[in-house]
Design a protein around this ligand. Sequence first.
Ligand SMILES: Cc1cc2nc3c(=O)[nH]c(=O)nc-3n(C[C@H](O)[C@H](O)[C@H](O)COP(=O)(O)OP(=O)(O)OC[C@H]3O[C@@H](n4cnc5c(N)ncnc54)[C@H](O)[C@@H]3O)c2cc1C
Length: 520
Amino acid sequence: MPDFDAVLIGAGHNTLAAALHLAAKGWRVAVFERAPVAGGAVKTGEYTLPGFRHDWAAMNLSLFAGSPFFKLYGAELAKHGCNFVPAAKPFASSFPDGKHVGVSTNLEETTALIKALSPEDAATWNRLFAGFGAEAPHLFGLLGSPMKMRALAYFMFKTLRAKGVGGTLDMARFLLQSPRQYLTETFRHPHVQALLGAWGMHLDFAPDVAGGAMFPYLEGMAGQAFGMVIGQGGADTIVKALVAAIQARGGVIEVNAPVTRILHDGSRASGIELADGRKITATKVVIAGVAPRALTRLTGGTTPAFDAGMTNFAHAPGTMMIHLALSDLPDWKQPDLKTFAYVHIAPSLDQMARTYAQAKAGLLPDEPILVVGQPTVVDPSRAPEGKHTLWVQVRMAPGVILGDAKGEITGTDWTDATVPFAERAMDILEAHAPGTRAKTLARRLVNPVDFEAENPNLVGGDQVCGSHHLSQHFLFRPMRGHADGSTPIRNLHLTGAAVWPGAGTGAGPGYLLARHLVGN
Ligand SMILES: Cc1cc2nc3c(=O)[nH]c(=O)nc-3n(C[C@H](O)[C@H](O)[C@H](O)COP(=O)(O)OP(=O)(O)OC[C@H]3O[C@@H](n4cnc5c(N)ncnc54)[C@H](O)[C@@H]3O)c2cc1C
């Protein structure tokens, strides 16, 4: 095999985005992926029955479609088949009292749903949305900015000029707030608070975790402004297009190729070694799209401080997926819920806080939160005519089970606990959409251990590859001094969800790194 300028470990969408940008700048790139297919947490397959296409993990591609990377490469990716389907009704919540509330890109529809619960909250929603256009550049500017002193100083300067001292301090306070602080001081009705609070749980922000207010706000406002997009035919539309675009630019992508070692002399990286013994030379950089602890294993150790930072990097609780092939959509108690891409079953901030605390303590939550994705509502091509798929994410689930908060499930091994825990989730779904079990033609369960076995970056089923709590976010992701993916070894860089700006399909870590390497 020839030498390459850049050798990349793992074919998650972040390394693929980095590889495409480097290839576009003329670098010779090669990506090595241990799994049989590229994509990492963005994968689609017929996991239940033929003709039913399920997103194995990520389903919502709004972050990718709205990313600076996609802005630059969207047209190229479209030529290679990348295609999205918009959902004008992105998310809603179903409540045990039979009520529901949701967000639609039609402001009048959203307002009517919120108003039915609280006219005051409906007015607040409209006021917040009217101000979103002015707030968005600051927040998205921060999330898209490299965590470098110069870039941050420029960001601060721009924010101060636009908002003044008081406005900048208000923004800083908002960034530090927990979801509960922000939501309870902004909205009156507990259902509206829960509707937005559920978004914090997609990351690692339970209601009382400082620094989590931004995500419920941004997801709410972005849902109102843009809706949601999912992949036409499956989330893997972005991966197939990325792979094709890299190959069209002369890049190499090899699957079934686990990387077992990063070659270096203690100060400079020179390549990688594969499980089959082949050594691949990187003349410019090695980019590792792996979890921090795995980086230490691959290097065999760097400096004590850096290795300690990688070893101490904290992971969030795990997640479990239930993939269902259905004869028909669930019969929600509120039929309107059939029209939303996501239905959250997360009844209150207190319930979310309790679920999170239980999972953190190693307990199977007595009432897990459900994110019920209904992709075939907007993309019928994913199932045979008239049939549907359901993407049910069970949040949170401990990677290692120490017990059951409800005292019913005795197994502490996921082999024994998977089915009873899935039945607990199905009972919750049945309570909101009776008869869903009877409509189930087939199902596939993916527990936290399965997730990690398929993709070692999902440590203990942690879907965000590392908690985003403040001590591991911004300048500290994955650790102070390395938020740009640099390591103590020259020419070796870390990328992926563990690096600023973190998890999700926005390709931020990979694209920021590639831009840094080529000088834009
Ligand atoms: C269940 C679930 C649902 C999610 N839902 C959403 C969603 O709807 N929307 C959203 O925006 N985000 C979602 N996310 C988060 C998002 O999918 C991830 O944050 C993102 O895809 C991570 O991308 P990545 O490039 O960092 O790496 P990953 O996608 O984790 O890929 C890493 C790749 O590296 C490979 N690899 C690791 N070690 C080696 C090695 N030694 N040699 C070779 N290859 C190696 C792995 O096999 C894997 O393919 C979800 C995640 C999960 C798990």
